[in-house]
Structures are given as C-alpha cells and as structure tokens.
Design a protein around this ligand. Structure first.
Ligand SMILES: Cc1cc2nc3c(=O)[nH]c(=O)nc-3n(C[C@H](O)[C@H](O)[C@H](O)COP(=O)(O)OP(=O)(O)OC[C@H]3O[C@@H](n4cnc5c(N)ncnc54)[C@H](O)[C@@H]3O)c2cc1C
Length: 424
C-alpha cells in the first residue's frame, strides 16, 4: 500500500488529509499520514483574534488525533527536521517534541506533500527579529495577547500610555489594529482599573506603500484607513522602517515611533526547512512547483499553500492566502486519488476576491464572479458577514454541513454569553 505523508496540518494540509483519508484511507487504497509540530489545528487567518483576546484558541483548536480517527488517516505529532530525498524518508523530532529528549523518528514515504506554511519575513531590518513580535503561530498570538493585556492593566493603573506599533499595513496589520482597538474598549467596559482607551492606548500602523491594503482598490484602502482613524488608530503610510529597538521603531527619515509592543506583519517567506531540501526555490524560499503542484526536480514531492511558488500562466504568482491553499488542497486530493495514468490535470487558481475584517460588523474587500470574472467592491456589515463565511467554508471542508452548522451555533451562543474579550 502506498504511503502518502503530508507535512503541515494548516489551512491546506488538514483539508487535504481529511479528503484523502475519506477517499483513499477509508478504502485502504493508501496509508495517509499527517505530521504537524502541534497537537491541534487552528485556522491561521483568525490568529489576530487570538492576539487581541477575542478568541480563545483552546476552545477553537481542533485535535488532529480526533480528526484523524473520524476521517481514516493517521496523525503523528513532531517537527520535521530533514528530508532524505534519495531514500524517501523524513526525520522528525522525538515523541516528547525536543531534539535532546530521545531518539528522532524516521518515516518512509512514496509521496511527500509539503504544506509547511510561511514565517515572518523581517527583510533583514536591523533589530526587527530581536525586538518585534510576530503572528506566525498560536503561541506567538498568545504571547502578544498577554503583553497587550498586561500593558492595558499597567496603563490603567499607572496612567502610563501603552504604545503599540504594527509594522505592515496589509491584511494582518489592519485586522489586528482594528481588533486591538475594540479589545481595549472592551477591557475598559469591564473596568480594567481606570483604563481610558483613547488616552492610555496608542496604536500606530506603519506601511511602506502609499496605501494600506495594497492588493485592494485605492478607494477600499482609503475606506479602511478612514475606519482605522475613526477608531483612534494612527495610520502612517509611505513610511519605511529603518530599524527597531526595544522601545521604538525608527523610520528612514530618522523619526522614532515609541513602541512598548512592536508587531511585525510586513511580509512572509517559506520556512528554513525548504532551503535544506535541494529543490528549486524562489527569492522567498518557496518551493517552485509545476502545474500539478509537483516540485520542479522531484516528482515524488508535492508542495502547496504558502510554502510553494505556483505561477499561473494567466494570473501570475498565486498569493499566500488561505483561498489558494484551499483550492490547491482540493486539486491535490483529486490528483493523488486518481487511478488512471491519463494526462495529468493542471491546477488553475481562481481568484474569488479578498476580504479584510475591520472589527465587529465592518469589513472591506472585493468579490470576483466565478463565471464573469467581474469584480465588485464590498464593505460594511454585509462584507463582515461574507468574511465570517470564509471560516464556515473551512469548517465545511473539515466536518461536513451538519457539524459545521452545530459548531457555528455553539460559537454564536458562546459569543452571546461570554465577555467579548478574554480578561486575563
Ligand atoms: C493574522 C493572519 C490573517 C490572515 N488572514 C487571511 C485572510 O483573511 N484570508 C486569506 O486568504 N488568508 C489569510 N491569511 C493567510 C493564510 O492564513 C495562509 O495563506 C494560510 O494559512 C496558508 O495555509 P498553509 O496550509 O499553506 O499553511 P498554514 O496554515 O500556515 O499551516 C502550516 C502548518 O505546517 C506546520 N509546520 C510547519 N513547519 C513544520 C515542520 N517542520 N514540521 C511539522 N509541521 C510543520 C505548522 O505547525 C502549521 O500547522 C492570514 C494570515 C495571518 C497570519
């Protein structure tokens, strides 16, 4: 029986493992094995809500072991340290997780699918990696939340202003800024000492380009900037960061932006593991794949999602988005389950648009028709509902319609009865 190993159970990897488990694992046509360094899956586009305290990851996280049992695949927790392409094996950390904590495990594969995601790209800006926080994982988001809540409490107690600087005015930076502003208000409503969010908390978003959200129409970018400013957020566009210290972000004009907390959200690159495989990479370490999502020089290795570089002949390079990872996962699920040796299907990316949340009941973005290819700009509460549907779609892929509906109801009830922000 063929062994297919999928490394990375993120937005794309878990959807692929679930679909392949249902189609091939259940019929014992192949052994489907998912490997991830974490025990549970958290949908990355929601990480900013963990960082702001709106979402409790322990409640939302999905156990890989439970999903594996329900969908006929196996799960192994561990970090993949290296891939031996000549012997078709991967090596992962010992069972305990740490390298010095036992013997590393080696597993053989017939096909290897890499869905490793991406990590923050600091673009070698001095001090950024050392002093800025990131939103690469649940652990990062939790670390940021703790420092933010502590900072709010101190600001309320001692009347010292908390200065948060977010570097990067893309979707992550904008969504985080809006959520932090709302969380600060919620903390004040719950009488976190005598916190006055307008006076005690200053949030600044620094963007190198002329507009926030450069992938959207300039009118949408302006709408997002106006919304953030209406929340009291300082938006600085056309401002490039020169270096970062422990208490300030210095821009290229020499101006210092005071920063008790700096969050770097200015770009991504593929994880370092990609550079150790001897495969063809692009300038941000992404594995270059062909139209079947196979690595350029190894037909047994597939890569997709944020760690892969797929260039569509018509639309150009696919962006690092959950939408791409989802479409590629569905494509690979069909491709890997094929029984015939006919012509290989080719992946085509369909851009259905992009939505950016601006906090409760506000979002901006663009929707692109599947058939017409025409784009319409959306905003406000309607866009906010569409934004929420993106996560429902992910849940639908993982659980089917009944459980997705039940989960949505539970989440809605929880939001009604619990405080809108975690208070400690
Ligand atoms: C705050 C934020 C907001 C976002 N908002 C949006 C949005 O609104 N819309 C949108 O389309 N996209 C959004 N994105 C981007 C989106 O999250 C990614 O494009 C998507 O998650 C990529 O999916 P993936 O499967 O490639 O990787 P990921 O979802 O990142 O999953 C990678 C997995 O690989 C595992 N892994 C990595 N290395 C190893 C290793 N060596 N060994 C074992 N396991 C490993 C990780 O633990 C992780 O589970 C957002 C991202 C962030 C951070």
């Amino acid at each position: 029986m063929e062994t297919i190993i999928i490394v990375g159970g993120g937005a794309g990897g878990l959807e692929l493992a679930t679909r392949l488990g249902d189609t091939m694992g259940a019929g014992k046509r192949a052994r489907i094995l998912l490997v991830d360094r974490s025990p549970g899956h958290f949908w990355k586009p929601l990480l900013h809500t963990v960082a702001s305290g709106k979402c409790d990851p322990q409640v939302t996280e999905l156990s890989f072991t439970a999903q594996a049992l329900d969908h006929d695949f196996e799960f192994l927790q561990g970090e993949v340290l290296c891939v031996d392409r000549a012997h078709q094996t991967i090596t992962l950390t010992p069972r305990g997780g740490r390298q010095d904590d036992g013997v590393c495990r080696t597993l053989g594969y017939d096909k290897l699918v890499l869905a490793l995601g991406a990590v923050t790209n600091f673009y070698s800006v001095p001090g950024a990696a050392r002093h800025a926080m990131t939103l690469d994982s649940v652990a990062d988001a939790e670390a940021f939340r703790r420092r933010f809540v502590d900072g709010c409490i101190r600001a309320g107690e001692r009347k010292e202003q908390l200065n948060v600087v977010i570097v990067g005015g893309g979707a992550t930076g904008v969504e985080l800024a809006a959520e932090l502003s709302n969380s600060a208000r919620a903390l004040a409503d719950y009488r976190v000492h005598t916190l006055d969010p307008e006076r005690d908390i200053r949030i600044t978003v620094i963007e190198r380009g002329d507009h926030l959200l450069p992938h959207l129409h300039p009118l949408q970018s302006q709408r997002a900037a106006n919304h953030l400013r209406s929340l009291g957020i300082d938006v600085r566009t056309a401002t490039a960061v020169a270096h970062v210290t422990d208490n300030a972000v210095i821009d290229t004009t020499g101006a210092a932006h005071r920063a008790d907390l700096t969050l770097w959200a200015a770009g991504v690159e593929a994880p370092e593991l990609c550079a150790t495989l001897g495969l063809t990479l692009n300038h941000i370490r992404q594995i270059v794949v062909d139209s079947s999502l196979r690595a350029a020089c190894d037909s047994r290795i597939y890569a997709f999602g944020d760690c892969a570089s797929y260039v569509c002949p018509i639309k150009g390079a696919a962006p690092p988005r959950a939408q791409v990872a989802h479409q590629q996962a569905m494509f690979l699920a069909d491709l890997l389950a094929r029984r015939d040796d006919g012509p290989r299907p080719e992946f085509r990316y369909h851009d259905y648009g992009s939505l950016v949340s601006l906090g409760p009941q506000a979002a901006v973005g663009v929707l692109t028709g599947a058939l017409t290819g025409k784009s319409i700009r959306v905003g406000g509460a309607a866009a906010s509902v569409l934004y929420a549907l993106m996560y429902q779609k992910h849940l639908l892929q993982l659980h089917g319609s009944l459980r997705m509906a039940a989960q949505t109801l539970v989440d809605w009830l929880r939001a009604k009865i619990l405080p809108p922000v975690r208070l400690h």
